[in-house]
Design a protein around this ligand. Structure first.
Ligand code: FMN
Ligand code: SF4
Length: 391
């Protein structure tokens, strides 16, 4: 094994997060590859996909968002974490990630206004703080329904129940998806929440109720992370100052780590934001401001695949850990290759527009994989040799 370049050593310092010891400062951010079964069960393909990423050396794997109930499910092959019948496959998934020495976290979500299926959008209830229309797809404007107080209570309970299931399945923690315009963050958007009740007057009320309910449903050692709405990037929307102020509340509600994320599905289509995910370090500034304000560890992400840049961020204390989504989808061994100084062997994530985003409905395929993996639709263990040899 070659040595880590001195320049990158900061990335390989261990990190203590609550009761968990992390082997380095690299995590895989949640990235919906949508390999679950049509009825929402974790599949063997999904277990191999995440096992392979854990084997590649990341200290923490955050499994893509799973819906807390069917009303909050967005994509046709998205997993659900809503009942005890899900436990056997969830347990296998958590065990497979941990078997390779990574901390296993699962992200939990209610998609709110973005819930699927999207054809015949208005044929069933899509839950949002207010019934405000928006462009779901180019040329398709839709309107969600205003969530009732009973439905708010049910959603809070669904998050808590999902977190308890995740703990029973053997995960080390959950990450609550509080960003990107899904149900939780839609309460914080002045553009999406025009309610006149407490949930309108206090935009943080629903997010904090979810966090409190999740924390109460799990043991003190179980990690509770929060994917933080770091800015809507739209005029009159939730902004960086709102996000910074909100982040300071989270540690007192038992949040163990925070991952900032800017944008919503709608704002990514606004002219100023088109191609945002392709811009180098596109949310580094806001993320480091949040890290300065919030007393919980903040993990940054967003186009940070240059090992020099990632190491600089950790060394400067801008973030406790660096998250990689697409770079680890493209090359699961990114962490090990950087650790061993084999930088020239890294298979780069570099396609525009991202094929991974375009293939989500049927199950993500990445342009950087060897052709055999592209043909079979995923990169699991069996194709590892081929990736190493660039076939
Ligand atoms: C295909 C795809 C699926 C994603 N799925 C999720 C998800 O389930 N939850 C989430 O919080 N972020 C999701 N993201 C965002 C990534 O986790 C990450 O924040 C983003 O891609 C920027 O980081 P990167 O440049 O390292 O990929 C997704 C991104 C892509 C491209
Ligand atoms: S190479 Fe393309 S398809 Fe693969 S992760 Fe990167 S953007 Fe997505």
């Amino acid at each position: 094994m070659a040595d880590t370049n001195a320049r990158h050593r900061a990335l390989f310092e261990p990190f203590q997060l609550g009761a968990k010891s992390l082997r380095n400062r690299i995590l895989m951010t949640p990235l919906s590859v949508c390999y679950a079964t049509g009825d929402g069960y974790v599949s063997n393909q999904m277990i191999q996909h995440y096992g392979r990423r854990a084997a590649g050396g990341a200290a923490m794997i955050i499994v893509e968002n799973m819906a807390v109930d069917t009303s909050g499910r967005q994509l046709p092959r998205q997993a659900l974490i809503d009942g005890r019948d899900r436990l056997p496959k969830l347990t296998e998934l958590a065990a497979e990630i941990k078997r390779h020495g990574a901390v296993a976290i699962v992200q939990i979500v209610h998609a709110g206004r973005y819930a699927g299926p999207w054809d015949e959008y208005e044929s069933r209830r899509r839950l949002a703080p207010s019934a405000i229309g928006f462009p779901l797809l180019p040329g398709l404007r839709v309107t969600p329904q205003e969530i009732t107080t009973e439905e708010i209570e049910a959603a809070v309970q669904s998050f808590a129940y999902s977190a308890a299931l995740a703990e029973e399945a053997g995960f080390d923690g959950v990450e609550i998806h509080g960003a990107q315009g899904f149900l939780i963050s839609s309460f914080q958007s002045p553009r999406m929440n025009l309610r006149v009740d407490d949930y309108g007057r206090e935009p943080n009320k629903f997010p904090l109720r979810v966090i409190d309910a999740v924390r109460a449903a799990v043991s003190p050692e179980f990690l509770v992370g929060y994917h933080l709405f770091a800015g809507e990037l739209m005029p009159g929307g939730w902004d960086a100052d709102d996000a910074i102020a909100f982040s300071t509340l989270l540690p007192d509600h038992g949040v163990d780590f925070v991952i900032p994320m800017v944008s919503t599905f709608e704002s990514l289509r606004a002219e100023a934001n088109v191609g945002l995910f392709g811009r180098p370090q596109f949310q580094r500034d806001v993320s480091s401001q949040i890290a300065r304000a919030c007393s919980a560890p903040v993990f940054t992400n967003g186009q940070l695949a240059d090992p020099d840049l990632a190491a600089d961020i950790v060394m400067a204390g801008e973030a406790a850990m660096v998250g990689l989504g697409r770079p680890i989808l493209a090359d699961p061994e990114w962490p090990i290759k950087v650790r061993d100084g084999r930088l020239d062997e890294i298979v780069a994530c570099a396609c525009h527009p991202p094929r991974c985003l375009q293939t989500q409905l049927a199950g993500v395929v990445c342009s950087a994989w060897p052709s055999s993996a592209q043909d079979c639709g995923f990169l699991g263990y069996e194709t590892s040799e081929e990736l190493a040899h660039g076939s």
